[in-house]
Design a protein around this ligand. Structure first.
Ligand code: 5GP
Ligand code: MG
Length: 479
């Protein structure tokens, strides 16, 4: 079984050795990127400390007494994988003692050809601690001869690995930040006095008082040492950059800037674009909280229609999306959201959400909003229909589970029991990214495989295309 991970990374390189609290606060800000496991690695001189376990950032930080640990270098990770594959040994960072020094690695993304690489490495005698694809990356990095530079190690790794990887590595007295040549997942560098901080999202940098400086570039490794200027090294040639557009649509925090896009403003823009083609009479706009809120605001403002919080969200219910059984998923959505009768009663409601994956959320909220008195329910989705799985780190299920895969708009509307449904088109999504509509089907600079079915050329190895991932775009080179 494969692992789908969309994780949070946070790292510090400091001239002082009291980094534990910032490491904790930074990672805590990235809790939305993974709630299953967390871990911290700190290094100072030859000293090395690693603690990781299943649980929230808070829990793991407390259980491990990480607060008491000293280090000038630190990396931390919060993990999100699908249910059933959650084992403590798959938590990160993953550590290894090799060639007289400690290595530790954290990874955001997915190795698409993990099965083959694992088989090959096992045949060569590598013994793995767990079943995660991240350990493959660490083994590939570690196996070069002593004295090999980090960028050379990463170049070798890049030659073998297909898929997505934003990485933070502790390698002896260095902290290394690296992004795969496509730049699928984000990674951004910030500064606070003499300290350097690296995070999946700018919100985590801002939270610890660091100023975002720049992103790690695709195919680039940036090497940090306490008290020194960072050194940027290229380990792979620039490719056509393919940042994950779903980071902007759903995954990232609205208070982050990701791939140089202000996430909040981007989401509002998608809502405006939806409003532009509104054909139904709407009394009221209701966001599906939390992720649908910015798009709903943009939509309501553009339409000049009132926005009301017709669905109140409980913050004490866990992740509905990754519940293993469909029945329990539906139950959790209903536990999470309670409609307001006084707001909805007798009104023609536009329900705005950021995306539909399996359709669990949309089906539940349409039903709920009707139950609580809405006269009409019009679904407005601020992204295109998701038709193809992701092999680059977003937890998209198989094609068969994706609501929009192989269904017409009329069938989707029927299934969800909505009075009408409207998605964003790929062209409108391109417009929202500011790239312009001329580049459809592939958004320039972005990976849109989940919407287009077209995987970036060279991002997957031909024989590793699992679960029937073939491209339906005639001009596509991954076919
Ligand atoms: P669905 O319920 O259709 O399977 O998923 C769509 C809903 O889950 C939307 O409300 C969206 O905000 C959220 N969502 C979309 N993608 C993801 C994801 O990768 N993880 C989680 N936890 N939620 C997601
Ligand atoms: Mg949502």
């Amino acid at each position: 079984m494969s692992l789908h991970e969309a994780c949070g990374l946070f790292g510090i390189c400091s001239t002082e050795d009291k980094i534990a609290e910032s490491l904790h606060l930074g990672l805590f800000t990235l809790q939305h990127r993974g709630q299953e496991a967390a871990g911290f690695a700190l290094a100072r001189g030859g000293e090395f400390f690693l603690y990781k376990d299943l649980g929230s950032v808070e829990e793991v930080y407390r259980q491990g007494n990480v607060r008491l640990r000293r280090g000038q270098l630190g990396i931390a990770h919060t993990r999100y994988s699908t249910a059933g594959e959650s084992a403590a040994e798959n938590a990160q960072p993953i550590g290894l003692h090799r060639q007289g020094r400690w290595l530790a690695l954290t990874h955001n993304g997915t190795v698409a050809n993990a099965a083959r690489l694992r088989r090959e490495l096992s045949e060569q005698g590598v013994v793995f601690q767990g079943s995660s694809d991240t350990e493959i990356l660490l083994q590939l990095y570690a196996r070069a001869p002593e004295g090999t530079s980090p960028e050379e190690r990463l170049a070798r790794l890049a030659g073998q690995v297909r898929g997505a990887y934003s990485l933070l590595l502790l390698d002896g007295d260095r902290l290394i930040a690296a992004r795969d040549p496509f730049g699928f997942r984000p990674l951004v560098i910030g500064r606070r006095g003499a300290d350097w901080l690296i995070a999946s999202e700018t919100a985590a940098l801002e939270m610890v008082g660091a100023r975002p400086e720049r992103e790690v570039r695709p195919g680039e490794a940036v090497i940090f040492r306490p008290g020194r200027e960072p050194e940027a090294r290229r380990f792979a040639p620039e490719r056509a950059i393919r940042c994950c557009v779903f980071e902007l649509i759903y995954f990232g925090r609205p208070d982050s800037v990701i791939f140089d896009h202000d996430v909040y403003q981007f989401r509002k823009r998608t809502g405006c674009l939806l409003a532009r083609k509104e054909g139904s009479a709407i009394d009221l706009v209701v966001p599906v909280p939390d992720s649908g809120v910015p798009a709903a605001l943009g939509y309501a403002q553009a339409l000049g229609c009132p926005l009301e919080l017709g669905l109140i969200r409980s913050h004490y219910v866990g992740r509905s999306f990754i519940e293993p059984q469909q029945a329990s998923r539906l139950q959790v959505v209903k536990m999470k959201l309670l409609p307001l009768r006084s707001v909805l009663s007798g009104r023609r409601v536009a329900l705005v959400d950021d995306s539909i994956v399996r359709g669990t959320t949309a089906k539940a909220v349409v039903e709920l909003v009707r139950e609580f008195g809405a006269a009409e329910v019009h679904l407005r989705i601020a992204s295109p229909p998701i038709i193809a799985p992701c092999f680059f780190g977003i937890d998209m299920p198989t094609k068969a589970e994706l609501l929009a895969s192989g269904r017409t708009l009329a069938e989707i509307k029927e299934f969800l029991q909505a009075d009408s449904i409207n998605y964003l088109t790929l062209a409108e999504l391109a417009e929202a990214t500011g790239v312009g509509a001329g580049l459809v089907p592939a958004l320039g600079g972005f990976c849109d495989a989940c919407f287009s079915g077209c995987y970036p050329a060279g991002s997957l190895a031909e024989d590793d295309l699992f679960r029937g991932a073939t491209c339906r775009t005639p001009t596509c080179k991954t076919r």
